[in-house]
Design a protein around this ligand. Structure first.
Ligand SMILES: C[S@@+](CC[C@H](N)C(=O)[O-])C[C@H]1O[C@@H](n2cnc3c(N)ncnc32)[C@H](O)[C@@H]1O
Length: 252
């Protein structure tokens, strides 16, 4: 496990230091940039959210970053409020129609039960106290409200694939994760249940051929021509051991 500081070119920072997102601010909306996979995950997460018929329905996006879910929520009828620590990301989220709120996901300045949907995409594994973030997510949900999330599991395989291998790929920023913060899926389900949300989880992964085509195109080989616009699809897989999605409704 890597504990020491890492460099993404601009400056040397400890793993998972949120200032990394300022250094990488220009990458958020580049489809082939450092955050490319976040675009694929945002599309898959948004697909878990049904359109609403409730006037004024609110979707609270915890750790929204630059608001990558926004294009995938268009037409679903929600007001999209994003909460994040990183102001440079929030500015970009606001430019994409997100109502941006600076704050910590463990202490969100919004009322109990205000949200029809809470999304927590690729954020829990960055929060030193992920249980506090889950408590907030559940607190924000109205009875019958929907929680959707994705995160990395607290397993040796996740550390190997997401950090030791993943962060060595040319597209992925090094040091963006601290694997000590990864989230055990059974503990997450138990924690959500404690706060009234019946969460169901399933393993997901990027489509293999789509990813190979994307990598080929990105590295200029040309072989990836004709790859899917918006990047590879995120597919369900049999194991939650690396990356998983969760979806659950808050009971009343
Ligand atoms: C990997 S990015 C995911 C962004 C977005 N959810 C997406 O999928 O595109 C993690 C985001 O969480 C934010 N973040 C990390 N810890 C946070 C905290 N404690 N409170 C609020 N935001 C946090 C970071 O600033 C960053 O924008």
């Amino acid at each position: 496990m890597r504990d020491g500081p890492v460099s993404n070119g601009a400056r040397v920072l400890p793993p998972n230091d949120p200032r990394q997102y300022d250094d990488l601010a220009g990458e958020w909306w580049r489809p082939d940039g450092a955050f490319a996979m976040l675009h694929w995950l945002a599309r898959a997460r948004a697909a878990l959210v049904p359109p609403t018929t409730r006037p004024g329905a609110l979707l609270v996006d915890l750790g929204c970053g630059a608001g990558l879910m926004a294009p995938h929520l268009v037409g679903k009828g929600y007001r999209h409020v994003g909460v994040d620590l990183t102001r440079s990301a929030l500015e970009q989220a606001a430019a994409h129609g997100v109502t941006a709120l600076a704050g910590d996901v463990t202490a969100v300045p919004l009322a109990d039960g205000c949200a029809d949907v809470v999304a927590a995409g690729e954020v829990l594994e960055h929060v030193p106290d992920w249980r506090a973030a889950v408590a907030e997510a559940c607190r924000l949900l109205r009875p019958g409200g929907l929680l959707v999330l994705d995160t990395l599991n607290d397993t040796v395989l996740a550390r190997l694939i997401a950090v030791e291998v993943g962060e060595r790929l040319p597209a992925v920023p090094r040091g963006i994760h601290d694997p000590r913060l990864f989230v055990d899926d059974r503990e997450l389900v138990a924690e959500c249940a404690r706060h009234g949300v019946a969460l169901r989880v399933r393993g997901v992964r990027p489509d293999l051929w789509g990813t190979l085509g994307w990598l080929a195109r990105r590295t200029g080989g040309g072989a990836g021509r004709g790859t899917r616009p918006g990047g590879p699809m995120i597919r369900p897989t049999w194991s939650t051991a690396v990356l998983y999605q969760g979806r659950g409704v808050r009971h009343g």
